[in-house]
Write a protein that binds this ligand. Structure first.
Ligand code: THG
Length: 375
């Protein structure tokens, strides 16, 4: 076990949690980490993000996405609490289903955008993005006296992403996995344990996520998939910034924060404003809907030198007006232009709208609004 191989300048400590796969990832020469949910998320492997991108579109990659922590909610009031936390209508949700669910606060501000897994009628996992949903859920349950138990279980998702993921996993776990539908899950057997496998993941290239129960099995699961993956040209990977932006996959904390509502950050399709559904923030969302939505999530295509990323949001302007800000952006080698994600004010959100992107206060580049995903 190594203390710090990140080379990223992070000062490692117990607060920055390792995952059951971190040892393996270091052996593969990870080139840096981010920290999500107080845990290491690998950021790059191949010499360039571009190489990782082309490989992901053609082959198969193994991703340590243990930072997608599970908030487990179980007990007689579990379904009631989960519904109270989200504007998405969950009344028709079935066991075996995954659902992308915005969570909002009493002002309608985004708390998180997890994937909800319905394990049983009284048992759920919220597979969270980067904010402390565990504490929010516990506070709600205690304050409102829900009869539930809430904890972070020993579950560490490992994603197998890319067009060859299905063949690889069918070889290992049987042909049955091919019948798992998009955003559905089933149980597989691994070394005498029952493990959950879903057809999902933070890419648009297809693939699965194994929610490994029992961190002590992490090395064995990684090695098993790695060995079987050699014939499919498997590599270690991680959510790829180019592919994520092209695919219009949003990242909590970047594209939106608690200052934004789901109606204005591209998640309105996951909100029900029907009057017989009760959830935190509904009055706020209803009021905003009645006043009129002011902005929505869009893509922006723009000129300039190939960007390697966006550390500080880039202002988007139309003449003198500030109409948005690019919160994630990078050079797309496929579209041969920079691509970015931005909420855009409604008068300017029509695809094809010309805008200017400010790479710095005195470096303005021509851009154009696009629908998501970029095609
Ligand atoms: N997988 C798991 N947990 C996660 C993520 C993940 N938690 C954090 C973060 N990623 C959540 N964000 C997203 C965003 C979009 C999708 C998944 C996770 C996604 N959405 C489907 C789509 O856009 O086609 C829609 C799903 C639906 O209809 O319910 O894939 O990646 N485990």
């Amino acid at each position: 076990m190594t203390v710090s191989k990140s080379g990223s300048g992070l000062n490692m400590s117990r607060r920055i949690r390792r995952s059951p796969y971190t040892d393996r990832i270091e052996q593969h020469g990870v080139r840096g980490f981010s920290v999500v949910n107080h845990m290491l998320l690998p950021k790059a492997f191949a010499p360039t993000v571009e190489e990782d991108y082309w490989h992901l579109r053609e082959h198969v990659q193994l991703w340590d996405v243990s930072t997608q922590r599970q908030v487990e909610i179980r007990g007689p009031d579990a379904a009631r609490l989960v519904q109270w936390m989200s504007p998405r209508d969950l009344r028709g949700a079935k066991v075996g289903q995954c659902l992308y669910v915005p969570l909002v606060d009493e002002w309608g501000g985004m708390i998180n955008d997890p994937v909800l897994l319905k394990l049983a009628d009284d048992h759920f996992w919220l597979s969270i993005a980067d904010s402390d949903v565990l504490l929010w859920a516990k506070g709600l349950a205690l304050g409102a006296k829900f009869d539930v138990e809430i904890d972070e279980p020993d579950v560490s998702p490992l994603a197998v992403q890319g067009p060859k993921a299905e063949d690889l996993l069918a070889k290992l776990f049987g042909e049955n996995i091919r019948s798992i539908g998009f955003f559905k899950f089933a149980w597989i057997e691994f070394q005498g344990t029952r493990q959950l496998m879903a057809r999902s993941g933070f890419s648009r290239q297809g693939g699965f996520e194994i929610y490994l129960r029992g961190g002590h099995l992490g090395g064995a699961l990684w090695d098993t998939i790695w060995e079987a993956g050699r014939e499919f040209n498997i590599t270690p990977g991680c959510p790829n910034l180019i592919e994520r932006i092209e695919g219009g996959l949003l990242s909590y904390g970047n594209e939106f924060t608690r200052a934004d509502t789901p109606l204005e950050c591209g998640l309105k399709d996951y909100c029900s404003l029907s009057s017989d559904l009760e959830y935190i923030g509904r009055p706020a969302l209803e009021k905003l809907q009645a006043q009129g939505i002011r902005r929505d999530m869009r893509g922006v295509l723009f000129d300039g030198p190939p960007l390697s990323g966006v550390g500080i949001p880039l202002p988007v302007k139309s003449g003198d007006l500030h109409v948005g800000q690019i919160t994630s952006g990078i050079w797309s080698p496929r579209l041969r232009r920079n691509v970015g994600l931005s909420m855009i004010d409604r008068d300017f959100w029509t695809p094809g709208q010309k805008v200017e992107v400010m790479l710095s206060p005195d470096d303005e580049r021509a851009g154009e609004v696009s629908l998501l995903p970029f095609s």
